[in-house]
Design a protein around this ligand. Structure first.
Ligand code: NAI
Ligand code: MG
Length: 367
């Protein structure tokens, strides 16, 4: 049966980068026997401006029925104030993650040799970096109750958010990380603040138990979140799979992105246990460069590779796409964000062309 793929390009550079990812997926549908039923729908602030709603009901119905969603980006700082809060909630990415129970957010960070010069880190530190952060995505600080801002007796205000994790939420995240590590180098770093947070101590205890009882072949290393932030830039090659909560995962995955020199390179996948998934580049709508045709589409294209691996269940095709991206980079294909000073930069569509050319060459190589 054809995979039901819903494309939500959204705002800013979202439509520019998802267009290139869709071209690549259409190539796989046409040439590699991966049947896909691709639908595109309006969503986000652009949709609100044009049609008065960030999230049309019809789009929402398609979101809940899709096998896979390819998401671009949403938001722009200068427009957020004008959208009513109710409309913003309807159109929020948090609502999608929660409704679909997309608890496992995978953010792979891999530095191809061709990009060693684009990294702000020294080549000897960053060469060979290849790890995945599994960020728990449906609980913790961004969802915990009570939350809000209240006025105290003296008239000043108090802001409250609650960091809360149930044991079951920790167990399923750590299980996912350990299963992932079994197909990799069998090393999981579990990140928390067990030294100062009760919920962190629980996280640490439960993670150790899951790894010991269910995954005897996996080495589980506990690490404090502040130390992890340091190690990600000091020694990124020591990591294989990192599992952590929603808040730390948000921060650490951006810190990890430093290894690549640009947010535009980073893909992500958010998965549930029912076989549904949302794929998106880690970057936002990049209003500073939107509409110029210069955004880097590789985060979106590498998200399509994750889609081939996790939704189409065709890991060899995912690897083919990742090889093609490496080959295009090795041949010098660069957008401005990863080009060296003075180096010629391609447009967003130019990178799409380069990846499609590389795919064509890869499949013509003798096996
Ligand atoms: P951003 O990720 O949009 O941009 C940060 C910097 O990275 C900018 O200098 C931008 O030009 C650059 N950049 C981002 N993507 C790029 C690409 N594909 N190629 C080349 N350069 C790229 O983050 P920022 O500026 O903090 O937020 C802008 C808007 O995006 C805000 O409204 C924010 O709320 C929203 N946002 C949305 C996300 C999502 O949809 N998942 C995630 C992060 C931010
Ligand atoms: Mg973030």
């Amino acid at each position: 049966m054809a995979m039901k793929l819903l494309v939500l390009p959204g705002d800013g550079v979202g439509p520019e980068v998802t267009a290139q990812a869709v071209r690549v997926l259409e190539w796989f549908a046409a040439h590699r026997g991966i049947p896909m039923d691709i639908t595109e729908r309006g969503f986000g602030l652009v949709n609100w401006q044009r049609h008065g709603t960030m999230m049309p009901d019809e789009t929402w119905a398609r979101i809940t029925a899709a096998d896979a969603i390819l998401f671009g980006a949403t938001g722009s700082l200068d427009q957020q104030g004008v959208v009513p809060p109710e409309e913003r909630r309807k159109g929020s990415l948090l609502r999608m993650r929660k409704a679909l129970d997309l608890y496992a957010n995978l953010r792979p960070v891999r530095v191809p040799d061709a990009l060693l010069d684009a990294s702000p880190l020294k080549p000897r530190v960053v060469r060979g970096t290849d790890y995945v952060i599994l960020r728990e995505l449906t609980a913790g600080t961004y969802f915990g109750e009570p939350r809000g801002v209240s006025v105290l007796e003296d008239g000043t205000r108090r802001g409250v958010n609650t960091h809360r994790y149930d044991e079951g939420e920790i167990i399923r995240a750590v299980r996912f990380a350990c299963r992932l590590a079994m197909g990799r180098r069998r090393h999981v770093t579990s990140v928390d603040k067990a030294n100062v947070m009760e919920a962190g101590a629980l996280w640490r205890e439960v993670a150790a138990r899951v790894a010991r009882d269910e995954f005897p072949e996996v080495t589980l290393e506990p690490m404090l979140a502040d130390n992890c932030a340091l190690q990600l830039t000091r020694a990124p090659t020591r990591f294989d799979v990192i599992v952590t909560d929603n808040l730390f995962g948000d921060l650490l995955s951006d810190a990890g992105g430093a290894a690549l020199g640009s947010l535009g390179m980073l893909p992500s996948a958010s998965l549930n246990d029912r076989g549904q998934a949302l794929y998106e580049p880690v970057h936002g709508s990049a209003p500073d460069i939107a509409g110029k045709g210069i955004a880097n589409p590789l985060g979106a294209i590498l998200s399509a590779a994750l889609l081939l691996r996790w939704s189409a269940k065709r890991p060899e095709e995912a690897a083919l796409l990742e090889r093609a991206v490496d080959a295009a980079l090795a041949a010098g294909a660069r957008t401005a964000d990863i080009a060296a000073p003075g180096e010629a930069a391609l447009s967003t569509a130019g990178i799409g062309d380069a990846v499609l050319d590389a795919l064509q060459r890869e499949v013509q190589l003798p096996a």
